[in-house]
Write a protein that binds this ligand. Structure first.
Ligand SMILES: Nc1ncnc2c1ncn2[C@@H]1O[C@H](COP(=O)(O)OP(=O)(O)OP(=O)(O)O)[C@@H](O)[C@H]1O
Length: 226
């Protein structure tokens, strides 16, 4: 992926299986969000392709991808002030996709049932982010992209998000999660891919990747540059 003369990603290739949770980590500016934007269809890559269950989806819009089972959340919370929690879930679907029961069940599973009729701006930051995840899950995606789901969360909120990922997603939905919190990475992910300067620096099991001296160096180097 190039932006003009700047190459943001080169030869980055990864596969995610059904039910697998794959964390993408790396220093600021490594290309993580760019990668997720390509997979979800927000950016059209200048080279390479994206496939979903073997089908080439590189030229499909984010909406078409979502209807094929590929959903995402964003790094920045983007809810509509003045609208309630259940209205948000209705927004995320077409009538034929999920009836009221399905939506209520999802709110219960996500621990949001008590807030169904509350306007979203009265919710805590953690509940707002969990609502965004529920909006992405209401269409029962096969694959879900989570862009820093715990950003700005307290320790208790982060623990709740970790539990939801383990209980609701692991083994059921293929997930790519961009995450800076290594506690979240070690607790939730099956595999970890490290991006640095737009390339894959390491990939494998969390314990191997996070213990890799080369990966530690990448983080130390990036800290020294800030
Ligand atoms: N639309 C764009 N136009 C030009 N350059 C861009 C664009 N989007 C991203 N970049 C550049 O691509 C590089 C990768 O950015 P990206 O946001 O993907 O990094 P990141 O790993 O997600 O960082 P962070 O952890 O800070 O969110 C950066 O140098 C960024 O400035």
């Amino acid at each position: 992926m190039s932006f003009g003369a700047f190459r943001a990603l080169s030869d980055v290739s990864l596969d995610v299986d059904h039910g697998e949770i794959r964390a993408i980590i790396g220093p600021n500016g490594a290309g993580k969000t760019t990668f997720v934007n390509i997979v979800s269809g927000i950016f059209k890559p200048t080279g390479g392709r994206v496939t979903l269950e073997g089908r080439d989806i590189t030229s499909l819009s984010p909406q078409r991808r979502a209807r094929l089972g590929l959903a995402r959340t964003f790094q920045i919370t983007s809810l509509f002030k003045g609208m309630t929690v259940s209205e948000h879930l209705q927004l995320a679907v077409r009538d034929e996709d999920a009836n009221g029961d399905t939506r209520r069940e999802l709110l219960e599973q996500m621990g949001l049932a008590a807030f169904a009729d509350r306007e979203v701006d009265t919710l805590s930051h953690g509940d707002q982010r969990i609502l965004e995840m529920a909006m992405a899950m209401v269409l029962k995606p096969k694959f879900l992209l989570l862009d820093e789901p715990t950003a700005g969360m307290s320790i208790a909120e982060t623990d709740r998000m970790i539990r939801l990922i383990i209980e609701r997603l692991r083994g059921r939905v293929g997930v790519i999660i961009i995450e800076h919190d290594m506690n979240v990475v070690t607790q939730t992910s099956d595999k970890v891919t490290v991006l640095a300067a737009g390339a894959v620096a390491a990939s494998g099991l969390p314990q191997d990747v996070l213990g890799d001296p080369h990966v530690k160096e990448i983080y130390l180097g990036s800290a020294a540059n800030h």
